[in-house]
Write a protein that binds this ligand. Structure first.
Ligand code: CP3
Length: 348
């Protein structure tokens, strides 16, 4: 671990150090904007077949590292493998996104297993071992899971929705059943992350993509509290486990998240104002973010301006350059190249 710390920029930032050139990676860096991803995707049966094929998952994890030389490789998988390992049916339909057997009412929770079935995730752990063998030592391997709230929104609605209304309604109407589902996901996610660390990831990110649709009180109950418990449970088994939190859309609730959730760094979405990010967040914890994916898609002067503003505000402290959410499939490769060059040159 000490050896990896010395050679791996991401891990140095996660211990609170400022890197002269901030490490850079992009959420969804393995994906449809890459021709080499589309080539493999076309041949594979379904998206989940890809996730559960250890050789292909390892290959897809490594593709953006080979092409761009990112500082971090994020495991190629999906947050919805956890509901799958809890016995819920999960499918991905082309162009439509995920489809699950919706949990329409409290009685539907009985269809779930009482605990995560690691046998269903064995190929994920195998993929981690494969990636580790091929990854340059300076590149960190990042595992991940979805936060309980975000995963629950898909489990309840059975698909993505604009504001995750079905899960919010379920939580208001059936708070006890909803709390049981969240508890199940806390246990499952912590145990899933522990296995990922045991298989070799250097750090992990908890994606709370839908944190921003909740009123503050509900945010504390369904996002802050469960994530606090996951971090504590993982560290009980893996002391010193490095974890990044990404509560997208948390806005002015970010300081409260930091008060409770003992993450080593916090991912900021693109709406977070940079002065607030520096003074209220980075003053307390390393930060990651927060380029607007649409600025990257646009390129040119809007991209350069956005990059420079972020570096100006955040590169003076412990900082990981990233997008404020996943890269969009239409993003030109040349814009990604320009971004990396500017971050590495501009900050040097
Ligand atoms: O970041 C990476 O490169 C690693 C892999 C990764 C994927 N999904 C691959 C993926 C990660 C970290 C995720 C996380 C994920 N998955 C989240 C949280 C982060 C976020 O982006 O909000 C969520 C909410 C999901 C659920 C999910 N998976 C949705 C809603 C969709 C459909 C929308 C879409 O972008 O296609 C997916 C599909 C998905 N996950 C793809 C990839 C590469 C596209 C699948 C395809 O090729 O058709």
């Amino acid at each position: 671990m000490t050896e990896r710390l010395a050679t791996t920029p991401l891990l140095r930032v996660l211990t609170g150090k400022r890197e002269p050139v901030p490490p850079i990676w992009l959420m969804r860096q393995a994906g449809r904007y890459l021709p080499e991803y589309r080539a493999i995707r076309q041949k594979a049966g379904s998206f989940l077949d890809l996730c559960f094929d250890p050789k292909l998952a390892a290959e897809l994890t490594l593709q953006p590292i080979r092409r761009f030389g990112f500082d971090v490789a994020i495991l190629f998988s999906d947050i919805l493998v956890v509901p799958h390992a809890l016995g819920q049916s999960v499918r991905f339909t082309e162009g439509e996104g995920p489809r699950l057997d919706a949990l329409a009412d409290p009685s539907a929770l009985r269809r779930l297993r009482p605990a995560i079935d690691h046998a269903r995730l064995a190929s994920v752990y195998e993929a981690i071992g494969r990636v580790k063998r091929d990854l340059p030592p300076a590149v960190a391997l990042l595992g991940f899971c979805g936060a309980p709230w975000t995963v629950a929104t898909y489990m309840i609605a059975g698909c993505g929705t604009p504001d995750q209304g079905p899960a919010r309604l379920f939580a208001y109407r059936h708070p006890e059943a909803f709390a049981m589902l969240i508890d199940l996901l806390v246990e499952a996610s912590a145990s899933y992350l522990v296995r990922q660390f045991e298989a070799g990831v250097d750090a992990a990110q908890i994606f709370d993509t839908w944190a921003g649709v909740l009123p503050a009180g509900e945010f504390r109950k369904w996002c802050i509290e469960p994530c606090t418990r996951i971090v504590a449970a993982v560290r009980k088994q893996i002391p010193g486990a490095r974890i990044i939190g990404f509560p997208r859309g948390a806005g002015t609730e970010l300081p409260h998240y930091l008060d409770a959730v003992a993450v080593d760094a916090i991912g900021l979405d693109w709406t977070v104002e940079l002065g607030f990010a520096r003074d209220q967040v980075q003053a307390r914890r390393p930060v990651q973010g927060n380029l607007d994916p649409l600025a990257l898609l646009t390129g040119g002067a809007p991209l350069d301006r956005s990059i420079d503003a972020i570096l100006e505000a955040l590169a003076g402290g412990p900082f990981i350059f990233n997008l404020g959410h996943g890269i969009l499939p239409e993003t030109p490769i040349a814009h990604v190249e320009r971004l990396i060059e500017r971050v590495r040159k501009g900050a040097a």
